[in-house]
Design a protein around this ligand. Structure first.
Ligand SMILES: [Zn+2]
Length: 214
């Protein structure tokens, strides 16, 4: 049986270690060694990426230089921005419960009228990821120990460490324009990804004043 990677929240590392988990210091990840039954470690398994729930016919990449949180070097931070017209998979209708049949949720694509930055992406089409990485190669999958999914994060170009998302709003609060130091690249390519919950997306990503650049 090959090694199984685990996502262990740091305060629980003693428990994981006592069960036989090993620490891979190069990749910063716990794992069940080859030959050990992984069943007792199930609560720490990293879950497979869900299928896409966000799509768009085009997208943009906002890039800004920011100091690395660990080594302080200036490194590029990328953020994917979707223009109005992008869609999210969700409940479009509810057929009410009747005698003999249960409530039924009708799912479908729901068009959005806001500009949104998409964070915490758990899966992405190869086309879209290649386009982002052509500008910022360090925008790639990483794991925060304790989280159940690998997600796309910016990483420092110099020390490789995982970075927070952009430290400033995408748009200047006073002028409503794109904030200073941010460049925006448009890609006329289809975009597909899966990201958090709808409320996460709107809560973290809603930038109502971003200029409509299309
Ligand atoms: Zn660094």
């Amino acid at each position: 049986m090959p090694r199984v990677d685990l996502s262990v929240f740091p305060p629980l590392r003693n428990e994981a270690e006592a069960l036989g988990a090993k620490w891979d210091s190069i990749n910063g990840i716990w794992y069940v060694p080859d030959g050990v039954d992984p069943a007792p470690f199930e609560k720490w398994f990293i879950l497979p990426a869900p299928s896409f729930n966000i799509r768009s016919t085009n997208f943009s990449v906002a890039v800004r230089k920011q100091n690395c949180r660990w080594c302080s070097s200036l490194t590029d931070i990328a953020t994917i921005v979707l223009s109005p017209g992008w869609e999210i998979w969700g409940t479009v209708d509810v057929i009410e419960e009747t005698e003999g049949s249960e409530e039924e949720l009708i799912m479908g694509w729901i068009q959005q009228r806001i500009t949104a930055a998409v964070h915490y992406i758990k899966s992405i089409s190869d086309t879209a990821l290649s386009a982002v990485q052509s500008t910022v190669p360090e925008y790639k999958f990483g794991l925060i120990n304790g989280h159940r999914f690998r997600k796309l994060f910016n990483h420092c170009r110099f020390c490789g460490s995982l970075q927070d998302k952009l430290a400033v709003p995408l748009n200047d609060e006073k002028t409503g324009r794109l904030a200073e130091g941010i460049t925006l690249q448009d890609h006329d390519l289809p975009f597909d990804c899966s990201s958090g919950f709808q409320s996460d997306l709107l809560g973290y990503g809603f930038d109502p004043f971003l200029p409509q650049h299309r």
